[in-house]
Each structure stands twice: as structure tokens, then as C-alpha cells.
Design a protein around this ligand. Structure first.
Ligand SMILES: *Cc1c(COP(=O)(O)O)cnc(C)c1O
Length: 387
């Protein structure tokens, strides 16, 4: 099976992990701060807090921004469930802003209308979580301007997007947000096995997130209410153990060396798909002129396909060993969110997008021969379905 995404590790990546295994520290050693410094250098963010997943990063980000019961958080319905769950885990309510069908990301126009309505009802969200779907930035300048006007904070879910750029600045710089979250799951751009990070330019937010990563404990004598001796620490908040191990952080550091090559390889393959698919009944990914995508995912729209045709095409390609996928099932249609009151029809653009979306395999080591297999299989499948 040609998977839709897969990690690439070379011998140096493996050696970096082995070196940690032979060292004094498997966790809470020097590799994590080193990885954090490297993440700062590559994104331009002033602070980086490495954690065990993007899910954990989203959670500590919400907590650091004070999200709690009585608050509302908005995200995109076309994302992985974690972008919404983080708010629920803080006891807040979740709502969604429909997507722009061209970019698959949060539509600033819908956001503007929804914020105006929310203000009338006194239900303005505390935090907005735009998602850089497929690695291409949302319209952050527009979203940021609206957030400023209504007093909302912003967490960018950049789980797909390390290595991408917006307005010629690396994604993760937090130019238009309070916090940006990254994922290092093996299908994402770089990997640490499991892993994630929260980036920010706010030293106080970073300090709070660092403490939330480790049980809500501080060892800073200046921050403590009391002092009993050099062993002393204080728990001032309810935190977690979300720490990344040193093995993972060393892998992350080593993986960052490949970042530019990974993104370039993804772009070259994406352009090859664009050309090969020109004569097929599919919509190829739209490129924003102000963005350079990290191209985590190559998603096509099957023009005019019914849900049944998409399902048969999917099954046909899988049977041929092509690991096609669908990203994502609209979050508001998940049973958990339906029980909270969401229903089909709530976010029509997201639901329309979902009916015809298909993710084709894309990862740096995908060979041209494999890519040609994907294209041939897709062409056969479309033909069979009369598309
Ligand atoms: C993968 C992903 C996450 C969760 O990442 P983990 O590191 O697996 O927790 C969150 N949001 C989006 C958009 C993702 O794609």
C-alpha cells in the first residue's frame, strides 16, 4: 500500500536518538531546550514549548489563554477533532466558522458576520483557532484584524504547516496570533514519533505553558509564595505531564535539518500532480498568492461526484494499493458534537467540501513511479464512475 503520508528518517536521525539513549538524560535533559531553540530559529517565534502532541499543545494553549467554563471557542469544521476538543477539555463551548470552499480554511467573511451576530448576543468567543489546512496559511491578516476588533485571542493550528510561509514570513512567527501549535506525528511534515509544540512571542504565556506541561508546578523561587529550601517547588495551577522525551526532542532537532528539502520535495510532487490531473474531472489545490504552503496534504475535489461515486472510487483505489484518504469528516457531524446540538446543514460549505474531497498520497519519498500509479488508478476510477 502506498500510504497517504509517511515519515522520512535517515541514519543521522537514528544516530541522534541512539546518542540520547546512551546519555544521562532520557527526559528533562538538554535535548528539549535545544529542540525548542531550533524551533524558534526556524519559525521566528521568541518562545517554543515542546510537548508530547499537538493535542497537548492546543490544550495548554487554551489553558494559558484562560479558556474555561462559560467561554466560547471557535474553530473550523474542516479539521482534525483535536482543534475543537481542546476547548471542550477546558470546559468551554465550541462553535465553528464555515470554510471558504476554495482554500478549505476558515472564511473571514463568515467570521465577520458571525462575530457581528455574536456581539449582538453577548457571546463573542474568547479564542479563535484557525487551521492552516494542508499546510497553507489561513487569511491571517483578516482574521487577526477581526479578532482585534472584537477582543478575541488567536491560536493558529499549524499542525500541517511547519515550513510554510505567509506574507513571506515563516508560519509559527505568531505575527497574527497569540500562540501557534505544531504537530510532529509521523504523517506530518517532520516527526518525533508523537510530539508537538506551542510557539509564542509572549514570555508570560510561554512560562505558564511550560508550567502546565509539568503539573502546574514552578521551581522559580521568585514566583513561589513560600520557600523551604533548594528542593522547594510549588504547584500553583492544575497541569499535566505533557513533556516530550529527550529521544523525541533529539529526533526533532535532527529532522529539522531536512525541513527545507521536505517542503521542496512536496512542492515538486504537488506540481507533478497538478500537471497530470489537468485532464481529469478534478479540482486541484488552490494556491493563495500570499502563501507558500508546506503541502502536508494534496486534496482534490471530485467534480460532480456523488457520495456513492466517491466511496466506490475510494474503495477501488484502496484495492489497488493506493492509500487515498479523506480529510476531514466535518467535526460538527461527529456524534459527540451532534449530542451538543450540532446538526447536518449547520456548515454547508464544509459539508459540501466533504462530499467530494479525496486526499492523494504525498510525502517526500514518494517516487515518480508510485505517483504515476496513483494517477493511473485515479484516472481508471474516474472513468469507471463515468466522471
Ligand atoms: C494532527 C493534527 C492535530 C493533532 O496532532 P497530534 O500531534 O496528533 O496531537 C491537531 N490538529 C490538526 C489540524 C492536525 O492535523
Amino acid at each position: 500500500m502506498i500510504p497517504y503520508g509517511r515519515q522520512y528518517l535517515d541514519e543521522d536521525d537514528i544516530a541522534a536518538v541512539v546518542a540520547v539513549l546512551r546519555s544521562d538524560y532520557l527526559t528533562q535533559g538538554p535535548a528539549v531546550p535545544r529542540f525548542e531553540t531550533a524551533l524558534q530559529a526556524c519559525t521566528g517565534a521568541q518562545e517554543a514549548v515542546a510537548v508530547q502532541s499537538a493535542t497537548a499543545a492546543l490544550l495548554i494553549a487554551c489553558r494559558a489563554l484562560g479558556v474555561g467554563p462559560g467561554d466560547v471557542v471557535w474553530t473550523s469544521p474542516i479539521t482534525f477533532v483535536a482543534s475543537a476538543n481542546c476547548a471542550r477539555m477546558c470546559g468551554a463551548q465550541v462553535d465553528f466558522v464555515d470554510i471558504d470552499p476554495t482554500t478549505f480554511t476558515m472564511c473571514p467573511q463568515h467570521l465577520a458576520e458571525k462575530l457581528a451576530e455574536a456581539e449582538r448576543q453577548g457571546r463573542v468567543p474568547k479564542v479563535i483557532i484557525p487551521v492552516h489546512m494542508c499546510g497553507q496559511s489561513c487569511a491571517m491578516a483578516d482574521i487577526h484584524a477581526l479578532a482585534q476588533r472584537y477582543g478575541c485571542r488567536i491560536i493558529e493550528d499549524a499542525s500541517h504547516a511547519i515550513g510554510g510561509r505567509y506574507q513571506d514570513v515563516p508560519i509559527g512567527s505568531c505575527t497574527y496570533s497569540d500562540i501557534t501549535v505544531l504537530s510532529f506525528h509521523p504523517v506530518k511534515i517532520i516527526t518525533t514519533g508523537e510530539g508537538g509544540a506551542a510557539l509564542t512571542n509572549d514570555a508570560d504565556l510561554a512560562g505558564h505553558m511550560r508550567d502546565l506541561r509539568s503539573h502546574g508546578i514552578t521551581r522559580d523561587p521568585d514566583a513561589c509564595e513560600d520557600y523551604h529550601g533548594p528542593w522547594y517547588y510549588e504547584q500553583y495551577d492544575l497541569g499535566y505531564n505533557s513533556r516530550l522525551t529527550d529521544m523525541q526532542a533529539a529526533l526533532g532537532c535532527s529532522q529539522l535539518r531536512h525541513l527545507n528539502a521536505f517542503i521542496e520535495a512536496r512542492h515538486a510532487l504537488a506540481e507533478r500532480y497538478d500537471q497530470a490531473l489537468a485532464d481529469l474531472p478534478v479540482d486541484i489545490p488552490y494556491r493563495r498568492s500570499d502563501s507558500y504552503s508546506a503541502f502536508h496534504l494534496y486534496i482534490i475535489g471530485l467534480r460532480g461526484a456523488s457520495p456513492e461515486q466517491r466511496q466506490r472510487l475510494f474503495t477501488f483505489m484502496r484495492a489497488q494499493g493506493i492509500g487515498v484518504h479523506v480529510h476531514y469528516i466535518p467535526v460538527h457531524l461527529q456524534p459527540y458534537y451532534r449530542r451538543l446540538g450540532f446538526a447536518p446543514g449547520d456548515f454547508p460549505q464544509a459539508e459540501r467540501y466533504y462530499r467530494t474531497a479525496l486526499t492523494l498520497p504525498l510525502f517526500p519519498q514518494l517516487s515518480h513511479a508510485q505517483q504515476d500509479q496513483v494517477i493511473a488508478s485515479l484516472a481508471d476510477g474516474c472513468h469507471q464512475e463515468g466522471l
